[in-house]
Design a protein around this ligand. Structure first.
Ligand code: ITT
Ligand code: NA
Length: 217
């Protein structure tokens, strides 16, 4: 059984459409999250933390809203900013900008503990930047932890998704989080139903890649 580890039921509702019936269960566990400028290292570390806690295959989902005119803010801090400022004030801040373009990004991290002993390179990022990102002496996930022990070296597979859009005044009742202020192709994500959002969204793209890999791994 694969555990989709998240405190956010909105993510699970979207993910269900991509994962075979009965093969996935949501686990509401708030795994410790590191701070980093990019989602990859956060998802990689999160997947290891979740796997250590659960002891079964896990999938974690780290996402964020990156506003161009704010140099990518709130990005990896999106959860904190939603809780503190709220999405109305993010919209107000963006409405003072000339450039209201934004993007959602999602990185899924999968860890099942397999391949640890066998793998000479402890981290397989699952993307073409793996070698470049690892750099000399790093453990490949860019979280700066280095080789602190066996659990830190657990291999994690990452899957990324991205969708461009722009920040608008809130519209729509669906979705969750920043969906009401994120417009893509003339509609906010909160105006789309789950299937339509999935068809274009950051999470849909990442899940599509994951599901394909998971089916014939
Ligand atoms: P978990 O970490 O427990 O999975 P979370 O909601 O804290 O749940 P993140 O750390 O990934 O998730 O934080 C991402 C923030 O971006 C959070 O405020 C979400 O509400 C928001 N977010 C993520 N995906 C989104 C989406 O598809 N549409 C709108 N907002 C989204
Ligand atoms: Na989180």
């Amino acid at each position: 059984m694969l555990r989709y580890v998240t405190t956010n039921p909105g993510k699970v509702r979207e993910a269900e459409r991509y994962l075979p019936d009965g093969s996935v269960e949501r686990l509401d566990f708030d795994y410790p999250e590191i701070q980093a400028a990019e989602l990859g290292p956060i998802a990689a570390r999160g997947a290891r933390e979740a796997y250590r806690h659960v002891g079964e295959p896990v999938l974690v989902d780290d996402a964020g809203l990156f506003v161009e005119g704010l140099d990518g803010f709130p990005g990896p801090y999106s959860s904190y900013v939603e809780e503190t400022l709220g999405i109305e004030r993010v919209h107000e801040t963006a409405s003072d900008l000339d450039d209201r373009r934004a993007a959602f990004r999602c990185t899924l991290g999968y860890c099942d503990g397999d391949g640890f002993a066998a793998s000479p390179d402890p981290v397989d990022r699952g993307d073409r930047n793996a070698a470049a990102a690892a750099g000399p002496g790093g453990d490949g996930d860019g979280d700066g932890a280095g080789q602190r022990g066996e659990a830190d070296a657990l291999p994690v597979k990452l899957f990324e998704g991205y969708v461009p859009g722009r920040i608008v005044a809130p519209r729509g009742e669906g979705g969750f989080g920043y969906d009401p202020i994120f417009e893509h192709d003339g509609e906010t994500f909160a105006e789309m139903d789950t299937d339509r959002k999935n068809a274009v969204s950051h999470r849909g793209r990442a899940l599509e890649k994951f599901a394909e890999w998971y089916a014939d791994r």
